[in-house]
Ligand binder design. Structure first.
Ligand code: LRH
Ligand code: MN
Length: 426
């Protein structure tokens, strides 16, 4: 199913610019604080989030998986679905591929399909946490950290193969997440595992093209439940520094123990010029991978507040890779991703409304109450009129989720693909 500009403009016409009055109110209120809403609208229109190729079908857990009907059964169909998200939002202009779940059979054809939807190739993801049917080595006891040099070499070679595919597609970065770790005390020698991992990552970094970045993703637990080799931001930061200047830490919001201050981690990594990008999602307990902003929207706002500060004050930190990493157990995958895109942009806009000058003064004066008031004054704005204006400006639907439903996209996908198709991925 392809959504074209006529679908969008017809839908927007029906909406009759219902947001303009509210937008004018916001423009008047914030122009008094020297904050230009028009500049924010442009920043939002330019903000592109990469869609995970592994999250376009119904996800599942060990307790079960409930198919969604009309799921993409090929990489082409996955790109078509991202094309729907891009047509509706104009902020889903990239895909992050996972190998081998999404190996392109015909690179040229895949690039043409992506181009036809205005989709770029963001970070490639390697997979050394599952054994493939024809595997020569097993990752059961680890990959880059494995005590068995053959398994390590096999995993290093896989990452080199992923880089090769990424180069052909035009990607400029590789994300490495390792499940490596232990389920029981005594099972692993922590130091040997970390040394092996560092040496293996260096071997991968060495063969990366000069204009590529390496993102090292950390996670405290799962699938190992006693220790994980790259368990936290500090370990990832250390390994990134050991690899070189084009290696960075990737922050997956779900990869933190309860109540971790993620915004402080973000500020620290940006100050050190080592923040590479994000896997946006939300969670209440573990790595739940639920819809962005569905559980802790204020925490997401506080993270974007540090990002806005960092993007203004930390030229030492390069441009960031914005990616979603979610899994959909009970929602239509495309509706879930539309809601996540909405939540990311709303948090970004709210953070852009923070009066950073006033905040800095209040911090200097230790006016603790005023500091909170300044933050929450920005957070407590309904910024959706600004988002609608940005969408209309970029030719998207002012209300993508409503448009998705009114255009009957899922019904059409089920008609085209049936109810039995299953997408590769989580
Ligand atoms: C691990 C992770 C990683 C991906 C996988 C799909 O939990 O966040 O980013 O490789 O999910
Ligand atoms: Mn992730």
């Amino acid at each position: 199913m392809r959504i074209n500009i006529d679908h969008i403009s017809a839908f927007n016409k029906e909406q009759e610019d219902s947001y303009i009055d509210e937008l004018d109110l916001l423009k008047n209120r914030f122009s008094k604080k020297g904050i230009s809403i028009d500049k924010i609208i442009q920043k939002v229109a330019d903000f592109q989030v990469a869609i995970p190729s592994w999250a376009l079908g119904a996800g599942g857990t060990r307790f079960g998986r409930f198919s969604y009907g009309g799921e993409p059964a090929s990489l082409e169909q996955k790109l078509d679905d991202i094309g729907v998200l891009q047509a509706l939002t104009k902020s889903a202009g990239a895909v992050s591929l996972h190998i081998p779940w999404d190996i392109p059979d015909d690179v040229k054809a895949i690039k043409e399909v992506a181009q036809s939807h205005g989709i770029a190739f963001d970070a490639m993801n390697s997979n050394t946490f599952q054994d493939q049917p024809d595997a020569k080595e097993t990752y059961k006891f680890g990959s880059l950290s494995n005590t068995d040099p053959a398994a390590r070499e096999y995993a290093i070679q896989h990452n080199k193969d992923v880089i090769k595919i990424g180069k052909e597609l035009g990607s400029k970065s590789l994300t490495v997440w390792l499940a490596d770790g232990a389920n029981f005390p005594g099972q692993n020698n922590f130091q040997r595992a970390l040394n092996n991992t560092e040496d293996s990552l260096k071997s991968i970094y060495k063969v990366m093209p000069e204009d590529w970045k390496l993102f090292i993703e950390y996670k405290p637990y799962e699938p190992n439940f006693y220790s994980t080799v790259i368990q936290d931001w500090g370990t990832s930061f250390m390994l990134a520094n050991a690899c070189g200047e084009r290696a960075y830490t990737l922050v997956d919001l779900g990869h933190h123990l309860p109540n971790t201050n993620i915004e402080q981690i973000v500020a620290t990594l940006m100050l050190k010029g080592k923040l590479g990008g994000f896997h946006f999602n939300d969670s209440k307990y573990g790595d739940d991978d639920v819809t962005v902003g569905s559980i802790k929207p204020y925490a997401l706002f506080l993270i974007f507040n540090e990002l806005v500060y960092g993007m203004k004050n930390n030229p030492q930190n390069p441009g960031l890779s914005w990616m979603i990493d979610a899994s959909h157990n009970t929602k239509d995958p495309l509706e879930d991703l539309l809601q996540s895109l909405e939540a990311i942009l709303i948090a970004y806009i709210q953070a852009l409304l923070v009066d950073q000058k006033a905040l800095s003064i209040a911090q200097q004066e230790h006016d603790v109450v005023r500091c909170q008031e300044i933050l929450q004054d920005a957070y407590r704005n309904d910024v959706r009129p600004i988002l609608k204006a940005a969408r209309e400006k970029s030719g998207a639907a002012v209300n993508p989720l409503q448009a998705y439903r009114e255009l009957g996209v899922r019904k059409e996908l089920i008609k085209e693909r049936g109810t039995k198709t299953m997408a590769t991925g989580l």
